[in-house]
Design a protein around this ligand. Structure first.
Ligand SMILES: *Cc1c(COP(=O)(O)O)cnc(C)c1O
Length: 440
């Protein structure tokens, strides 16, 4: 239509403005209607519809080509796409029930089992970002009135608590100052006091840059008949995690952080213990789209024939499959090592600029996302804007409890390189020279 109509001559939208092509087809219909009486009623209906005029014109903005800038994404996510993942996103469409996509889904399942280090049969990808995986976990694991213990040392625990409240669970957040993690002793006190059915912990607390240790937490939870749910959205692939050996009952992660995939798919796995809790619920979970039993069937995790549940993001699944393939080729250990080395190099460069790391305890620093104290006298937003406007590099400020306190730098997947750290350090150096500074 845009080839035929003259875009330059848009008339006011309250006036009839049929373009020539449409006027020609209208004339054609009138001719046909006269010629063939049997077409009469259809033409009458069509003529009625045509009596309306468009009130909403085609938006000018959509008549221009799409334009996307080139940026180095060194915030807490999303990250840049790996070239092989990018290429997968332009592959042709097939149907969501074709045997070839079921094959892709099976390969994704195996990839998730590898990166999670689990043999859980109930392992799949959900259609949505990290929040979708969190909601899927909580909607299925919690029933109204269930006691839910939440490690809230940053924004993710607060969100888990919020979702728990929406479900009607009895939520017990263990609020902690941003920058800290939970010791086994603190968790045990919470378990003993609240007798929860579920504990939530964030492995990589990306709003504060904290790495939560996980050794022994699963075992501790099980002694109190509690399940352990872990958010590994920001850490998976960059930091060691061993779902089965660490006794994690439900684990989830996202596609757009270390995996360098587009946002829109998330990884999720349930242990047999967690599965038992879900399959013996008294009530249906409050979401059809996120019902794990229906998803499990669609992902071929049970012995029943696969039934249509919803249309999966097929192209997103191609990308996710390629991200997991890259991780399988490269090996988890190599990926963990690369992130640790990139982090150490970044920390050195930041300290060279006189910047201070937000997390005091070096062992508790998350390799994938580093939180830096906003340097005295500066507004964090000036620094973030300067780096973006002058260098096309994204870093971000804090989030939730860390807002205003920190700058956050992500080195995720293929972005975790010395070269990228050097580019950022140059940008930060100039930002510190040029951004306004209050005299204290
Ligand atoms: C990014 C992130 C999420 C949220 O993921 P979305 O994909 O934005 O929904 C959850 N948890 C952590 C730790 C994250 O870093």
């Amino acid at each position: 239509m845009t080839e035929v109509c003259d875009r330059g001559q848009q008339k006011p939208i309250d006036q009839p403005h049929l373009c020539d092509q449409r006027r020609a087809s209208w004339d054609m219909f009138l001719v046909l209607a006269k010629a063939s009486p049997s077409l009469g009623p259809q033409v009458a209906v069509w003529a009625q519809t045509m009596a309306y005029q468009l009130h909403v014109a085609p938006p000018e903005a959509l008549l221009k080509p799409l334009s996307v800038p080139s940026r180095l994404l060194l915030g807490p996510g999303p990250s840049n796409l790996a070239p092989r993942v990018q290429a997968a996103s332009s592959l042709r469409m097939i149907g969501h029930m074709h045997k070839e996509i079921f094959q892709v889904m099976d390969e994704i399942k195996q990839g998730i089992q590898y990166v999670f280090q689990t043999r859980n049969p109930l392992t799949l990808a959900v259609s949505g970002s990290g929040h979708c995986a969190l909601e899927t976990a909580l909607l299925n694991l919690l029933e109204p009135g269930d006691s839910f213990l939440v490690g809230a040392n940053g924004v993710w625990g607060l969100r888990a608590a919020d979702i728990g409240e929406r479900i009607g669970a009895s939520v017990h957040p263990m609020i902690k100052e941003p920058g800290g993690y939970y010791t086994l002793q603190e968790v045990e006190e919470g378990l003993a006091q609240h007798r929860p059915v579920l504990l939530f912990l964030t492995h990589g607390e990306s709003s504060t840059g904290v790495l939560q240790p996980l050794d022994g937490y699963g075992e501790l939870c099980h002694r109190y008949q509690c399940l352990l749910l872990v958010d590994a959205v920001a850490s998976l692939g960059g930091v060691p995690i061993y779902m089965d050996q660490q006794g994690i009952d439900v684990l989830y992660s996202g596609s757009q952080k270390v995996l360098n995939s587009p946002p829109g798919t998330s990884l999720l796995s349930f242990s047999n213990r967690a599965k038992h809790k879900v399959y013996t619920r008294k009530t249906k979970p409050g979401s059809f789209l996120m019902d794990i039993r229906l998803l499990a069937n669609f992902w071929g995790c049970d012995d029943e024939p696969r039934m249509y549940h919803h249309t999966t993001p097929i192209v997103g699944l191609y990308s996710l499959r390629e991200s997991l393939a890259l991780m399988a080729e490269q090996g988890l250990e190599a990926s963990w090592r690369r992130h640790r080395e990139a982090m150490a190099y970044l920390h050195g460069r930041l300290q060279g600029l006189g910047l201070q790391l937000f997390v005091r305890d070096p062992a508790a620093r998350l390799p994938t996302i580093t939180a830096v104290v906003v340097p005295a006298g500066y507004n964090w937003r000036d620094i973030v804007d300067y780096v973006m406007d002058s260098f096309s590099i994204e870093i971000t400020g804090g989030l939730g409890p860390s807002a205003g306190k920190v700058l956050r730098i992500g080195l995720l997947g293929c972005n975790a390189s010395q070269e990228n750290v050097d580019r950022l350090a140059e940008a930060l150096k100039e930002a510190l020279q040029r951004c306004p500074r209050n005299k204290l």
